[in-house]
Each structure stands twice: as C-alpha cells, then as structure tokens.
Design a protein around this ligand. Structure first.
Ligand code: THU
Length: 154
C-alpha cells in the first residue's frame, strides 16, 4: 500500500518512462531519473553508456542537464528508478552535481520491491559549494560526525 501511494508520485512515473530509453548495453543496469522543479515541471534523464566504458553518463546528470537548459534551477525532488529490484542511490558524482542547485533536495529511490525516501543533505553532508570557493565562510559540518557532537556534550 505504501509503495502504491509513493508510485502515484508523478516524478516516479516520469522516471520509469525515462528508464525505457536507457542505453545500457554494457552493464545492463538501466536507470531513469526525474527532477521536479519548484514550479512543478518534471525533467527526465536516463543512463547513456559508451563502448569506452568510463564515458557512461548517469540518468541523474542527464535530468539536471535537461532542466538547466530549459531555464530551471530550482528543484524540490528527484526520483530515481532502475532495473534493480532494490532502490538505487545516486552515485557520488551525481550527488555533488545535484548539490550545486539544491543542497536540500528530496530524493526518492523507487525499486521494484521497495521505495526509500531520503534527502541530499543526508546523502552528501558538507558538499563542496560556491561558498567554499569564496573563502571566509564558516563551513557547516554538523551532519558529518554526530559522534563527535555527542562527545562534546559530556
Ligand atoms: N548509473 C546511473 O545512471 N545512476 C546511478 O545512480 C547509478 C549508476 C548508471 C551508470 C552506468 O550506466 C550503470 O548505471 C552502471 O553503473
């Protein structure tokens, strides 16, 4: 029942449509992603592999690229689906690219058997951001080590 409700999410449906176009003849691991903007528009991407394996690009970065070229930069949610029965998290490179535009992006990973909801802030705490280039900003590492925070309270 919970899965049915989550799959009613239009971003998940769009990601499933995008996954149909995945070009993954080498890994056979098909991925679709859909970004929902603040205005409610949805942009999709699929993974596109290459005979030079290292040049494969991910569904998530395809979706970001499609949105940005359409003039959108404000995102609320990304849905990620794959041919795996388990939820598929965005790779590290995609987390960093997503963080450029939406450090607090909601992430929904819909597997065939299970759907997980989380946030980019959780998956990539202390991302490198524009403020780090400027220098002089106080970094926020609060999400990185809760163990350290706990010790300090004693
Ligand atoms: N891939 C994605 O498109 N997104 C992810 O989140 C994980 C990995 C792709 C890259 C490659 O084409 C295939 O999945 C296997 O790594």
């Amino acid at each position: 029942l919970v899965n049915d409700v989550l799959n009613a999410n239009p971003a998940i449906a769009a990601a499933r449509e995008a996954m149909k176009h995945a070009y993954a003849p080498y890994s056979r691991f098909r991925v679709g992603a859909a970004l929902r903007t603040r205005a409610g528009r949805v942009f999709t991407g699929c993974n596109v592999e290459n005979a030079a394996f290292g040049l494969a690009f991910c569904a998530e970065r395809g979706a970001i690229s499609a949105a940005v070229v359409a003039g959108e930069r404000e995102f609320e949610e990304i849905a990620i689906v794959s041919s795996s029965p388990m939820p598929t998290p965005p790779c590290g490179a995609c987390r960093q690219v997503l963080a450029e535009f939406a450090a607090d992006l909601e992430i929904v990973m819909a597997g065939e058997k299970e759907t997980v909801r989380t946030s980019l802030a959780r998956l990539l705490p202390a991302a490198f951001r524009a403020g780090n280039l400027a220098g002089g900003t106080v970094p926020d590492y609060s999400g990185v080590s809760s163990a350290r925070r706990t010790r300090r309270k004693k």
